[in-house]
Design a protein around this ligand. Structure first.
Ligand SMILES: [Zn+2]
Length: 376
C-alpha cells in the first residue's frame, strides 16, 4: 500500500467541502503541518482545543481534522504565556498537522447543514437555503482527443457530471482539427515516435463543468484519454450555477409544535438541554429552518422563505425577542449541535480510504464535550 500524505486527505476533503465555498474571513485549510507529511492516523473533532490536542498526542495521531479552524485571531508572538498560544506550541512540538473545513462545509451540497436537516427530518426535493451565498459557478473544460477516442472521453466526462445544464444532460460541443507534437526522449507516446513531429486528426470537446465536479471530471478524462499527456484547458466562467449558502429549509411530514421539535432535537443530538421560544404553544410547524452554528442574524431570510420555526445555536436574549416579535418560533439547540460533523466526516473518509486502498486509521474524538453543562 502506498504512503498516504496530508495532500491526499486534503483532496478528499476538498470534494466534500469545496474550499471556494468558504467565506473570505474564514481561515480554512491546513493550519499546522505540511502537505507532504505522511498520515496513518486521523482524529476528527469539532474544535482544536487542549482536550483534543492531548487526545491526539495520546493516540499518536498525525492529522487532526476539525470543523472550527485552529487559528482565528492573528498572532503577534508565540510565547507560552497564554492558554491558546500554548495549544499552538503543543501542536508544533508534537508535529501534529491540523486541517479544518468550516464555512465551506456549512455551505457544501451534502455538507453540514444538509446533515443537520437530514437528522432533524427536514424533507424537500431541493431544500431552500438560508443566507444564500451564490458564488459557486461553472468552469469550461476543453480537451483535445484523437478521433478514435472522442466518444470514450466524451462519455467519461458526462459520467463525471460534465455537460449538465438545467434539465439537459450530456451537453458538449465538438470542433475538428489537427494536433501536432514531437515526443522527446523519456516519453512513451501512444502515437508517433521519439524526435519526430506527429500530426493527428483530433477533436476538441468542450463541456461546461460545475466547480464541484472539476476534480472528478479531470480524473475521468485522464483515465479515458489514450495519450500519455492529455492536453486540456480549464477556463473560469462568469456563469452562475446552483445557489450555495448556509442553513437549510425543509418540511416535516407530520406537523409538530416547537416543544415537540425541541424534544426531538434533545433526543437526536443527545444534548442535556435545549432552549426554545414559541409565541403560541399549540401552533404546529410544517416548514422549518436549521442553521448550524450561530445563525441568529439570518433568521429573517428563513422568515422570508416562509419557515415558521428556526433552529440554530447561540441565540441571544434580544435576538430571541426579535424573532418572536417578527413571528418566527426558535429553538437554540446549542453550537455543539455541529458535533454531528464528526461521525459524518468519519464515515465519508473511511469510505474514501477503503476505495483508495489506504492503510489509514480514522478515529472520532471522545475527549471533546460541549462547553455548557445543564444543571439537573
Ligand atoms: Zn460552528
Amino acid at each position: 500500500m502506498s504512503e498516504v500524505t496530508v495532500k491526499d486527505i486534503i483532496q478528499v476533503m476538498d470534494r466534500i467541502a469545496p474550499p471556494e465555498l468558504a467565506e473570505d474571513w474564514d481561515p480554512i485549510g491546513l493550519s499546522f503541518g505540511s502537505v507532504d507529511q505522511p498520515v496513518s492516523k486521523i482524529l476528527l473533532a469539532l474544535d482544536v482545543d487542549a482536550q483534543t490536542i492531548q487526545e491526539a498526542k495520546e493516540k499518536e495521531v498525525d492529522l487532526l481534522i476539525t470543523h472550527h479552524p485552529a487559528i482565528f485571531k492573528s498572532l503577534k508572538t508565540l510565547n507560552s504565556d497564554d492558554s491558546r498560544r500554548r495549544d499552538y506550541i503543543e501542536l508544533l512540538k508534537s508535529d501534529i498537522a491540523v486541517y479544518s473545513a468550516h464555512t465551506n462545509l456549512d455551505a457544501a451540497e451534502n455538507g453540514l447543514n444538509d446533515w443537520l436537516a437530514d437528522h432533524i427530518g427536514l424533507k424537500a426535493d431541493k431544500r431552500d437555503i438560508v443566507s444564500v451565498n451564490a458564488r459557486q459557478g461553472y468552469k469550461k473544460l476543453a480537451v483535445y482527443v484523437p478521433d478514435y477516442a472522442a466518444d470514450k472521453v466524451r462519455q467519461a466526462l458526462h459520467e463525471a457530471g460534465a455537460g449538465e445544464i438545467g434539465d439537459y444532460k450530456d451537453v458538449s460541443y465538438t470542433l475538428e482539427g489537427y494536433g501536432r507534437f514531437t515526443p522527446q526522449a523519456g516519453a512513451n507516446p501512444t502515437e508517433g515516435e521519439i524526435g519526430q513531429e506527429e500530426v493527428i486528426h483530433e477533436q476538441r470537446i468542450e463541456v461546461l463543468l460545475k466547480n464541484k465536479d472539476v476534480y472528478k471530471a479531470i480524473d475521468a478524462l485522464k483515465t479515458a484519454h489514450p495519450y500519455e499527456e492529455p492536453v486540456f484547458d480549464l477556463y473560469n466562467l462568469e456563469n452562475q450555477s446552483d445557489q450555495f449558502g448556509f442553513g437549510r429549509i425543509g418540511y416535516v411530514e407530520s406537523e409538530l409544535t416547537t416543544a415537540d421539535m425541541a424534544e426531538r432535537i434533545q433526543t437526536l443530538f443527545s444534548v442535556d438541554g435545549v432552549r426554545y421560544g414559541s409565541a403560541d404553544d399549540t401552533k404546529t410547524h410544517k416548514k422549518i429552518a436549521v442553521f448550524g452554528g450561530s445563525g441568529e442574524k439570518y433568521y429573517k431570510d428563513a422568515l422570508k422563505k416562509d419557515a415558521t420555526l428556526y433552529i440554530t445555536g447561540d441565540i441571544s436574549y434580544h435576538g430571541a425577542q426579535d424573532m418572536l416579535r417578527d413571528g418566527i418560533d426558535f429553538i437554540d439547540a446549542g453550537h455543539y449541535m455541529e458535533a454531528i460533523c464528526v461521525p459524518e466526516l468519519a464515515s465519508r473518509l473511511k469510505d474514501q480510504s477503503k476505495a483508495n486502498g489506504w492503510n489509514l486509521e480514522i478515529i472520532e474524538t471522545n475527549a471533546q464535550k460541549d462547553v455548557f453543562t445543564y444543571y439537573k
